[in-house]
Write a new protein. Structure first.
Length: 375
């Protein structure tokens, strides 16, 4: 049977595009169903603020009229402005184990991006590096943490078959609270305390009741701290507000940290309870009829966390505040019943951060890859 790839237009095709993720992954080991409502938000070009500066074209692959794969091509204009390049992106890739299907999907995405005058195709991102990024290439034997992707083990082979090359690897680190405690030496504690005292730095909680005013500080630090990182795109006010509104219901204020130097916010760290512990019990991704009750009643039973982002203004990055934040998060995590956690994602060439994490006894247990393809 020949493969037909169509642009998604009708209501039926949009539903097929959405549903295919659940169909193709229904037997994927360790895959955890995302919430369908969250997937719809990511793909909603009318309401997701990301699409105020980006375009999305969804494609569905069909065999004998039945879906057998999907992909989205993404034109992120803010990325092109910030990096002064002509890169395009692909994401939301799902596919049966068939090279004819994956080749047809990548052809469709590549041709659409060429029509937008792009010279390189990067991915996967769903739909940007500020959301889900990378394809799992190592570490399939563990389920994903909150906001991290998971995919079939054959996906990297389909990507390489088309001619994609590695652009960057993203690391995920795992550590138990007990392992971290054993590796926090007296010297580390002294050094951390010395840093805080020497530079007159105070660590405080980010206040959820003042979230939108706190977000202004976080956005300023993030856009300064990450501006030299590969793949970085600044958050708009609307984007960071939308993400915060989504994450606020599951956040634990004790894990939201801000560092201030003489009253000036200079760094922050955000760790989130790993809600995937609960989503694993909602296999179809639907909150109704019973899923909402699992979220409400099991929220406080979560015992794992993910350090999702950490940023230090560039002029203060020499201080070693990354280690201070990790030590404080480990201490607070233990006090609040978290027994293990993930730190992700970290660029493979961010040696300073990777060394700081490893010093706490963490193990690099997953690798995600972003690929590039010349158009």
């Amino acid at each position: 049977m020949t493969v037909e790839v169509i642009p998604v237009r009708s209501k039926k095709e949009k539903k097929q595009f959405l549903d295919y993720e659940w169909y193709v992954n229904r037997y994927t080991e360790n895959w955890i169903s995302p919430l369908r409502m969250e997937r719809k938000k990511l793909l909603n070009t009318q309401k997701n603020p990301f699409y105020s500066h980006a375009e999305l074209e969804m494609f569905l692959a069909l065999k004998d009229g039945q879906p057998c794969g999907r992909i989205a091509a993404i034109n992120n204009k803010n990325h092109n402005i910030f990096h002064n390049d002509h890169a395009g992106f692909w994401g939301f890739f799902e596919c049966t184990n068939d090279q004819s299907v994956s080749r047809a999907l990548f052809d469709a995405a590549a041709n659409w991006l060429r029509s937008k005058r792009k010279d390189t195709m990067l991915g996967p991102v769903n739909p940007s590096t500020n959301d889900e990024a990378g394809m799992l290439v190592e570490g399939f034997d563990n389920p994903p943490y909150i906001m991290m992707p998971h995919n079939h083990s054959y996906y990297p082979y389909l990507v390489k078959d088309y001619g994609h090359k590695k652009a960057r690897d993203l690391y995920a680190w795992f550590v138990t609270t007990e392992q971290a405690k054993q590796n926090i030496s007296e010297k580390m504690i002294r050094v951390s305390d010395k840093i805080l005292k020497k530079y007159n730095i105070q660590i405080r909680n980010i206040k959820l009741k003042n979230l939108h005013s706190e977000l202004k500080l976080i956005k300023e630090i993030y856009n300064n701290a990450w501006s030299h990182n590969w793949g970085f795109v600044p958050f708009t006010d609307e984007e960071i507000n939308a993400i915060a509104d989504d994450l606020k219901p599951i956040a634990d204020e004790q894990l939201l940290l801000m560092a201030e130097k003489e009253g000036e916010p200079i760094a922050f760290s955000v760790a989130l309870p790993n809600i995937n512990e609960i989503l694993a019990k909602i296999p179809n991704g639907r909150l109704l009829p019973g899923g909402i009750f699992k979220l409400l009643f099991e929220r406080r039973k979560i015992t794992t966390l993910r350090v999702i982002i950490l940023g230090v203004k560039q002029q203060y990055q020499f201080m070693g505040l990354g280690s201070v934040f990790y030590k404080e998060t480990i201490k607070r995590g233990e006090q609040n019943g978290y027994v293990e956690g993930e730190m992700s994602w970290i660029l493979e060439d961010n040696h300073t951060m990777n060394r700081a994490i490893e010093a706490f006894g963490a193990k690099r247990y997953k690798t995600y890859r972003i690929y590039q393809y010349a158009l």
